[in-house]
Design a protein around this ligand. Structure first.
Ligand SMILES: Nc1ncnc2c1ncn2[C@@H]1O[C@H](COP(=O)(O)OP(=O)(O)OP(=O)(O)O)[C@@H](O)[C@H]1O
Length: 744
């Protein structure tokens, strides 16, 4: 979409030729200036603490918090999560029986057990996507039904392959827990109890996991025989199914309601939300610095957390010759100590968050860091019991921190993207952290021993994870301020729409920041386009005009701000979907298939109407009527056309799509004046037909000829918005850009 390079315009270009050194110095200065603008934009904390969501809110008891959303949701979701945990632990206990029943090797059963963890990650993305698009109680219900059915299938599996398939199903069904449950809880209960609910739910799941061996072992022993292992699965399937069916009845909470209540004092409901694209959601989330930092921190911590238990068990057996029972006891004491700590951690986090979210997040980091010292101390203990006891503090600290992943992320993730935010963190934590850590620790442990593996993997990952959490906490207030700003803008927009429903602009670009990687190129860009209006986007080279078109048509996701089509937010909608809603782009440069004929090019463009012949013919008649030249030579190869004719064909192809909003990037670039005149006549026709047009144009003459209004950009910032005529009168702006480069 970028235009071919042009000589740098501007007054400077008109002065004496610049030396290479002068040019380099100019570029360095410009980049330094851009960086300064970027760091200023990022440093800015827009709102005072008490205006941030959840900060300074009235203190709520857990009972009050649960009552606010009805305790059914929390109880149902916690019951489902606990059954997940119980089921996972069951597999460990029953593994030897299953191995024998199917005549599998140790490796095969370990692989099947571990693989369901990987399936869990596979399912997280679609579950997160569903959570952000659909009624969440239904997603929870269907995932719960699938879980129950698959658990049941595990009990009925006739051979190892079918058992593997059933485990696959269990893993995918379980993947709803983090993204869907997290999102639903966050919208059902007030911000002030999120920490306590997270610890309560983690505690319940841990307890279920801890009791599982007893219950599962007991059922299998009672049933007896070679098939005794099947019964725990068959029996667990039933309560899981009942809870899942109940979940369908749970109320669907309004998205972001507590953030809105805290910031605006009321709830602004998006009654017809647009579908969110996974790519756009990820792009946006990874631009939010506290989220990016927290996700990377937790995945670093995942390197040591998930393999830590296995390595400790191996060490306890190999080095201290502890029996299975002793090791089981060691695990239980570790687990129980965490259960003791959790009831304190939740209230503490909630209290701190209400006072200062940055401190709440930083403290999580500070809690992790001592692990880097505690770990070596534990691993150099002289005997098994000392080894076990010394491990408890670090276990408590890291488990408490992990229980807070949800509350920390939910506070800053845009409420429309809660599900995808949780899915993204699941991928980082489990796929990168847990899998990467397991591989690395396994390799090092094989080459040396579990102690070396723990120290080499665990200590650095703890330091990096802790440090990143502390560092990310510096950004959280800024990110929360952006949440506030966005919510306020939504409220204003809702009021505006209620006040004047007939005059909703076709396009709205609000507070848009855009970055390529770490380089921010748009700063707080804002403008509206009314129905039937032609707006020219003008500005210096590299000012960000094409980037704005990308943000409007969905080829790029802004790091901040909103894009609306007819009053509905489309910021996270996929480009092809925006195409269906009527936004189409004519990119700069070549936009035709040169080896095809004109007719074939147009037929390609009409693909969308392939099932509606009448509509398709109508489009052909309209478009060929606009371009009689093309109509006369439909069999000619597009590559043999002149540049101007190819531009006509490209425009014709875009018009085949029946746009409501047409975005044009550089209409006249490199074309002869006579061709430009023809193109302008066509644009006039389109205007008369009521099409809304946004055009990026280098030539002021052309812009003035066709645009009703103009937006002038400089270095990523809007410097002027108003009638195109007025821009021509602003000598300072017009001269700076267009002097000496009129093309039309
Ligand atoms: N894909 C990309 N990756 C990194 N930086 C990019 C990318 N595309 C554009 N940029 C940079 O972003 C800034 C804005 O570019 P953009 O193409 O939007 O400007 P423009 O106003 O359309 O300029 P021009 O008229 O020269 O095309 C420029 O500094 C450009 O170098």
């Amino acid at each position: 979409m970028n235009a071919p390079s042009r000589p740098e315009p501007g007054i400077d270009a008109m002065q004496a030729p610049m030396s290479a050194a002068g040019l380099a110095a100019g570029l360095i200065d410009a980049e330094a200036e851009r960086r300064e603008r970027q760091s200023e934009a990022q440093r800015e904390v827009l709102f005072a603490d008490e205006l941030l969501p959840g900060v300074g809110d009235r203190q709520l008891s857990l009972r009050q918090g649960l009552a606010a959303g009805g305790s059914a949701t929390f109880i149902t979701l916690t019951a489902l999560a606990s059954m997940d945990e119980l089921e996972s632990a069951a597999l460990g206990v029953l593994a030897p029986d299953i191995r024998d029943a199917f005549g599998m090797s140790d490796g095969a059963i370990v692989f099947i057990s571990a693989a369901s963890g990987a399936f869990l990650v596979l399912g997280a993305l679609p579950m997160g996507w569903l959570a952000d698009r659909c009624r969440r109680s239904r997603v929870v219900g269907w995932a719960g039904v699938a879980f129950a059915a698959m658990v049941f299938a595990c009990g009925l599996a006739a051979n190892a392959f079918l058992f593997f398939l059933a485990r696959f199903g269990v893993g995918v069904a379980k993947s709803s827990t983090l993204p869907v449950h997290g999102s639903m809880n966050a919208d059902t209960y007030p911000i002030g109890v999120r920490g306590r609910l997270a610890t309560l739910s983690a505690g319940a799941a841990r307890t279920a996991g801890a009791l599982s061996p007893l219950a599962v072992g007991g059922i299998a022993a009672l049933a007896g025989g070679d098939d005794g292992w099947r019964w725990p699965f068959l029996i667990l399937g039933l309560p899981a199914l009942l809870v899942a069916v109940w979940a369908f009845r749970l109320p669907e909470p309004p998205r972001g309601q507590y953030e809105m209540k805290s910031v605006l004092g009321e709830v602004v409901q998006d009654t017809k939300p647009m579908p969110i694209s996974m790519e756009a959601a990820f792009a946006r989330l990874m631009q939010i610095r506290s989220i990016r930092g927290a996700i990377i921190a937790f995945s670093a911590l995942g390197f040591s957390l998930f393999s830590g238990g296995v390595l400790a068990n191996l060490w306890a057996e190999d080095h201290f010759h502890m029996s299975t029972f002793e090791r089981g006891l060691m695990g239980s004491i570790g687990g129980a100590s965490m259960l003791v700590a959790l009831p304190f951690a939740g209230p503490w986090y909630d209290r701190l968050y209400r006072r200062d979210p940055a401190r709440a997040m930083a403290l999580l980091g500070f809690m992790i860091l001592p692990g880097a010292v505690l770990m070596p101390i534990q691993w150099f203990m002289p005997n098994g019991w000392a080894f076990m006891l010394a491990g408890i503090p670090a276990t408590i600290l890291s488990s408490v921190t992990f229980a807070m992943v949800g509350p920390v992320l939910q506070s800053v993730v845009p409420y429309r993207l809660r599900g995808m935010g949780a899915a993204l963190s699941a991928i980082y934590i489990f796929f990168i952290g847990a899998t990467g850590g397991a591989l690395l620790a396994g390799l090092i442990s094989n080459a040396y021993d579990p102690r070396v593996a723990t120290l080499v993997v665990g200590v650095p990952s703890t330091l990096v994870g802790g440090y990143l959490l502390v560092r990310s906490s510096h950004f959280i207030k800024n990110d929360l301020s952006l949440v506030v700003q966005e919510l306020r803008e939504e409220l204003e927009e809702r009021d505006r729409q209620l006040e004047d429903p007939e005059n909703i602009p076709v396009l709205q670009v609000r507070n848009v920041d855009f970055s390529y990687g770490h380089v921010q190129v748009l700063f707080d860009v804002e403008f509206d386009v009314k129905r039937g209006e032609t707006l020219a986007l003008l500005g210096t080279n590299g000012a960000g005009k094409s980037t704005i078109l990308k943000a409007i048509c969905g080829l790029g996701t802004p790091s901040r701000g909103v894009v609306r089509l007819n009053g509905r937010t489309i910021t996270y909608v996929a480009p092809e979907q925006r195409g269906r809603y009527g936004i189409h782009l004519l990119p700069g440069g070549k936009g035709v298939f040169p080896d095809m004929t004109i007719r074939e090019n147009l037929e390609m463009a009409a693909f969308r109407f392939r099932k509606d012949a009448a509509h398709r013919d109508e489009r052909f008649t309209y478009v060929l009527g606009l371009f009689p030249d093309l109509a006369d030579r439909q069999k000619q190869q597009a590559g043999s056309l002149s540049g101007g004719q190819q531009q006509m064909l490209a425009l014709a192809m875009v018009l085949m799509h029946e746009p409501e909003v047409l975005l044009i990037d550089e209409l006249s670039l490199g074309l002869a004046p006579v061709v430009v005149q023809d193109l302008l006549a066509i644009i006039e026709r389109l205007k008369a037909d009521g099409l809304t047009i946004v055009i990026v144009e280098q030539s002021l003459n052309i812009a003035l000829a066709i645009a009703d209004r103009a937006v002038f950009l400089e270095k990523g910032q809007v410097r002027f918005t108003g009638p195109a005529r007025e821009l021509a009168e602003r000598d300072d702006l017009a001269r700076a850009v267009f002097l000496g480069k009129e093309g039309g």
